[in-house]
Ligand binder design. Structure first.
Ligand SMILES: Cc1cc2nc3c(=O)[nH]c(=O)nc-3n(C[C@H](O)[C@H](O)[C@H](O)COP(=O)(O)OP(=O)(O)OC[C@H]3O[C@@H](n4cnc5c(N)ncnc54)[C@H](O)[C@@H]3O)c2cc1C
Ligand code: SF4
Length: 541
């Protein structure tokens, strides 16, 4: 059993050089780099620590680990924020979204960074160095066996409908056993398909297996189940971070002080903390909360086609007699519109976690699929129409006009009319065509008769505390420092490093860019504070 990275809250000190809030890609990068620079770093994460082997493997585990709208009790791994206009799914645990994502690591089309929504400084060498470091530390690669997987072949059969053949997708998965740059031994991927439930093999290159152990190797102190409420200045320099134990909404606030605070609680989390901080007196830009994008992200299904797909995970240890599935995403079709970036899209074939298996027949009952669902209930999900069902993950572009607001003290998406964003109709047309080509029924939203309703949902929340040239156009500057007003004055010593700073849709899965931008932010912070750190491999202490 691996050794935990976190320590008991009773050992929290009163003061640190740096407090990092949140432990996803942004938080992992910040903790690693500033600990390497010799700073005394503390990480505060609201979720629990999950060691390899402790991720859900049964439906009852999934139920116990699902928090609706942020939850009020013990934190769970899957945080489903139900909204009036749109729902958002984020990960909650030490490692953030990396624990439950599919790990696809792509760079956006160059036209994305040509958008004036980005401050002019966010171009060139430092961003390139950020991507290079993300490449070294997360090590994305395509499955060398992708083209032989049934789900990839079924996508290839349908692909003429989109005019492009599929290609193998790069994912942050170890397809061969290795010792990673943080000194952690990782076994080879078993192609069980459970990446989005949490990898029980240890082959997914999560933040919990890369940047966070590296931070601990450099004496960072990590505390879990700590929910940060807000931050406030202490005198001329320095910050106080106010928190409570997660799930103890009624307990009094405690605080820890720091010279530097890095907010890396994700698009919803960091924006939420800044909104509460403003309510507690911290002056911030009026743009706070604006610029939310769902990254044109859609999940949908092609039910009961002609060909076997195998898009339900088989778990670890694998369920006996069930064919290999592949990592959660193995193949993708990139549809690039050279004239209109907003029309470009990427379709990926995905896999649902094995623990969800018993629920799937129930999801697919409505709409005339009752016989198929009855068959699946009888035979299981590895045979019959569910074995011939594609799960599609699609990413594209919206206009980033959503807004994060506080509702009952929690982040919620305010985006009236989001359903009318053209991306949804475009993706429908593309998926309809793909499904038709395989003789499958297009199932847009099998959860529409549940509490989710027919509203769109995203697993790629971006923005809310976006970068801009000044406080009239953004919440933070290009270094991630929050503006104090509509002008260019910023709060020294306070940084935001995560998906919340991204000012537009990326049109591809965001983890690689979030990591690269966080690396860039840390490089700039180091220049400002005259810090130096290496980025080579570390060994476990
Ligand atoms: C099912 C699923 C599949 C996905 N697949 C992909 C994919 O294939 N490729 C890709 O690029 N992206 C994917 N994503 C999205 C990707 O995981 C996120 O974009 C990414 O994790 C965001 O990184 P981040 O650093 O901004 O924040 P996060 O990774 O969300 O980390 C934020 C952390 O802060 C913590 N936190 C929040 N509030 C507080 C608080 N108040 N106090 C303390 N801690 C707090 C959270 O618990 C969390 O651990 C997927 C997401 C999901 C849910
Ligand atoms: S396919 Fe299975 S073993 Fe491979 S990374 Fe995903 S969860 Fe881990």
């Amino acid at each position: 059993m691996p050794t935990p990275l976190s320590r008991p809250l009773s050992s929290l000190r009163q003061h640190y050089d740096v407090v990092v809030v949140g432990s996803g890609y942004g938080g992992g990068v910040a903790a690693s780099r500033l600990a390497r620079a010799g700073k005394r770093v503390c990480v505060l994460e609201r979720g629990r620590e999950y060691l390899t082997g402790q991720f859900p493997s049964k439906l009852t585990d999934i139920r116990a680990e699902t928090m609706l709208s942020g939850g009020t009790g013990k934190p769970g791994l899957y945080d489903v924020r139900l909204g009036e206009h749109m729902h958002v799914l984020v990960g909650c645990g030490l490692g953030g979204g990396s624990l439950v994502n599919a790990g696809v690591a792509l760079r956006p089309d160059a036209r994305v960074f040509a958008d004036p929504a980005w401050p002019a400084e966010v171009h060139g060498d430092l961003l390139e160095e950020g991507y290079a470091l993300a490449e070294t530390w997360l090590r994305p690669s395509a499955d060398p066996e992708a083209a032989g997987l049934t789900k990839f072949r079924a996508l290839a059969t349908a692909s003429p409908a989109l005019g492009q053949p599929p290609e193998a997708a790069r994912t942050v998965v170890s397809f061969a056993a290795n010792t990673n740059p943080a000194g952690v031994a990782q076994p080879a991927c078993t192609r069980c398909g459970d990446c989005c439930g949490g990898c029980n093999v240890g082959a997914k290159n999560t933040v919990a297996l890369t940047y966070l152990p590296d931070a601990v190797n450099h004496r960072a102190e990590i505390f879990t189940q700590v929910r940060v409420e807000h931050v406030a200045r202490t005198g001329a320099a320095g910050w106080r971070v106010f928190f409570r134990p997660s799930g103890e909404a009624k307990s009094p606030l405690s605080d820890v002080s720091a010279d530097i605070v890095v907010l890396s609680a994700g698009s919803l989390g960091s924006t939420e903390i800044l909104l509460r901080s403003r309510d507690n007196g911290l002056p911030l830009s009026d743009r706070l909360g604006h610029g939310f994008s769902a990254n044109g992200d859609i999940i949908a299904f092609g039910y009961g086609g002609r060909e076997r797909v195998n898009a339900v995970g088989i778990g670890h240890p694998a369920r006996a007699g069930v064919p290999t599935v592949g990592a959660s995403v193995s193949g993708q079709i990139i549809v690039n519109d050279a004239n209109d970036l907003s029309r470009s899209l990427i379709v990926q074939e995905g896999v649902l976690p094995s623990a969800l298996g018993p629920l799937l027949p129930v999801f697919f009952v409505p709409g005339g699929r009752i016989l198929g669902a009855a068959h699946a209930l009888f035979k299981g999900v590895y045979d019959g129409p569910l074995a011939r069902t594609h799960t599609f993950f699609v990413v594209s572009h919206d206009d980033a006009t959503g807004r994060i607001v506080l509702k009952d003290g929690r982040a919620a998406i305010d985006w009236p009319g989001v359903m009318d964003q053209p991306v949804y109709a475009r993706v429908d047309a593309a998926l309809e065509a793909l499904c038709k080509a395989n003789g499958a029924a297009y199932v847009k939203n099998p959860l529409s008769e549940t509490v989710m309703g027919a509203k769109p949902a995203t697993a790629h929340p971006l923005g809310g505390s976006v970068m801009g040239t000044d406080g009239a156009h953004g919440t933070v500057d290009h270094k991630g420092r929050p503006f104090a007003d509509a002008g260019v004055s910023v709060h020294e010593g306070l940084y935001v490093a995560d998906g919340s700073v991204i000012p537009r849709s990326l049109g591809c899965n965001p983890l690689f860019t979030i990591t690269a931008l966080a690396e860039r932010t840390m490089a700039l912070l180091a220049l400002d504070y005259q810090l130096r750190y290496g980025t080579g491999p570390s060994t476990q202490s």
